[in-house]
Write a protein that binds this ligand. Structure first.
Ligand SMILES: *Cc1c(COP(=O)(O)O)cnc(C)c1O
Length: 501
């Protein structure tokens, strides 16, 4: 299987190269030349398998330059730190009103940071490390990350002690929550560095971008046997592992007798950058029996408007919501969908992206709109609806969800009401409620503000009768390992110093 760009004709490359490059040099994203197929017999075979085996089978379809053995080993190591044997458990919500329409809530947050980015960021470093060997690269790669909170920790946890890699995370000093900071500065590993920057997130991000585009630093690093890279969410090595859990959860739905092999399901995803739901789209195209992909947005509902009108328009007010990981106006991975649904019309995709760049918007024609209508349904939840859903779900099922998951549940209910389509659903739960304690406590009628971060965790644990995830509970006593702070002008020096160490 080879990979090509969404924006121009390039020489097809294998998956190891696509993963190492991240982004095509024409600015496009890498897509597989064709979409591999999985039949029902193969899906049936997944049922008795454990997660890492299922991962190896599905990933091998795309990463054909890796062996199934290698992929299995990557997955074993990647998901080893998860706090539950099944890796991605499925909670079934079902009541009388829903008749025979169970919702399988796929808990994607049992990894080391209690949020779904771990699903991809725990395995990407392993895939990169192997890719270096495959292409004969002897340099170490250095991953640079600017973070406003969560991605930093997920990347650190993923790259820690992975051979031939180093990772350096910059965060704005005083610009992340107490828990987020503790998660990062207590990170262990021989190849990790965490540095606070005197400035805000924009300064931090600008600093990292500058380093990436500075030829002189690249050369200096090269002399030190180091090559810069990033772990962006548009990297194919992050997307492919996300396809696995749709197959895995479908197998779990069969195992728990919610559905039979071949039954259709709908899939609901709380969406930001369009990565998670795009993975579900690939699963559908591969042959997983999915009827409708339900795209759930928050108050920043640029995607709802796009699917409803055919116009993507980022020129609008940007709201800060209780679902910060979905506060996004440019959903980068949508470009891959446009590519596939125009049957690989690179000229059109390029024009859409140029329009987005220059005018902040683009419009698809009726034909393309009709094609998307057949696959997607889109809606959004307001802040009030999100909080209400947390409360109702808890009251009805004694099941506590985080704010992002609540957006998906709210939109799932709207979908059922509006369309009367009562097919079983698989719903992506993207964060542990303990990750957003403040909003979750407020939603169930507690006054979170009077409690400090750790007291909030305790309170949530008391109410939900669930244990605080170990990675969060242990922060109270974990040793601080990274106290480095630098000026924003000095970030490049810090990088060089870390590499020379
Ligand atoms: C990143 C994230 C999302 C959005 O996922 P995309 O793949 O960007 O659409 C939703 N919820 C949480 C908790 C996230 O961290």
């Amino acid at each position: 299987m080879k990979y090509i760009s969404t924006r121009s004709k390039i020489e097809p490359i294998n998956s190891a190269n696509a993963i190492l490059q991240g982004l095509s040099s024409d600015g496009g994203l890498f897509v597989p030349e064709e979409i591999p197929q999985v039949n029902l017999k193969e899906i049936e075979k997944l049922i008795p398998m454990k997660y890492s085996q299922r991962a190896a089978v599905i990933l091998q379809k795309f990463l054909t330059d890796y062996t199934e053995f290698e992929l299995h080993e990557c997955a074993e190591l990647a998901y080893d730190l998860f706090d539950i044997q099944s890796k991605v458990p499925l909670a079934i919500l079902l009541n009388k009103d829903m008749k025979n329409s169970p919702t399988g809530v796929m808990e994607l947050w049992h990894g080391p940071t209690s949020a779904f980015k771990d699903m991809a960021l725990q395995i990407l470093p392993r895939l990169m490390s192997l890719a270096l060997k495959k292409v004969g690269e002897t340099k170490n790669i250095l991953i640079l990350v600017a973070t406003s909170g969560d991605t930093g920790k997920a990347a650190l946890a993923g790259f820690a002690d992975v051979p031939q890699t180093k990772i350096m995370v910059f965060y704005p000093d005083g610009g992340v929550s107490k828990i987020q900071r503790l998660q990062m500065v207590t990170q262990t590993g021989n190849n990790v560095n965490v540095t606070a920057v005197r400035g805000n997130f924009d300064d931090t991000q600008t600093g990292v971008k500058k380093i990436f585009s500075d030829e002189k630093i690249r050369e200096e690093l090269s002399n030190l046997n180091v090559k810069l890279s990033s772990a962006n969410s548009i990297n194919w090595g992050r997307l492919a592992p996300q396809i696995v859990y749709y197959f895995s959860s479908y197998a779990e739905m069969i195992k728990s007798k919610q559905i039979k092999l071949g039954d259709k399901v709908n899939v609901v995803v709380p969406t930001g950058n369009f990565g998670n739901i795009l993975a579900a789209y690939y699963a559908k195209r591969m042959g997983l029996p999915i009827k409708t992909l339900i795209c759930a947005s928050n108050k920043n509902h640029v995607l709802t408007d796009f699917f409803q009108t055919g116009i993507y328009n980022r020129n609008r007010f940007f709201y800060k919501t209780i679902t910060p990981s979905m506060d996004i106006l440019i959903s980068s991975n949508l470009e891959r969908l446009l590519y596939h649904e125009t049957d690989g019309d690179i000229e059109r995709v390029k024009n859409f992206m140029n329009d987005l760049n220059s005018k902040g918007k683009y419009q698809v024609d009726d034909d393309l709109k009709k094609r998307l209508d057949k696959i997607f349904y889109a809606d959004y939840a307001t802040e009030e609806e999100t909080a209400e859903t947390i409360k109702n779900t808890f009251n009805e099922f004694k099941y506590l969800v985080d704010t992002h998951t609540a957006v998906a549940l709210s939109v799932a209910e709207k979908y059922r009401k509006k369309t009367k389509d009562m097919l079983p659903m698989i719903l992506a739960s993207t964060a542990s409620p303990f990750k957003f304690t403040n909003s979750v406590l407020n939603a169930v009628g507690e006054s979170a503000e009077i409690l400090d971060d750790f007291a909030q965790l305790d309170r949530l644990s008391f109410i939900s009768k669930n244990r605080i995830p170990k990675n969060l509970a242990s922060l109270k006593t974990a040793e601080i390992l990274h106290e480095n702070v630098c000026d924003k002008e000095k970030m490049a020096d810090e990088v060089l110093e870390f590499v020379k160490k």
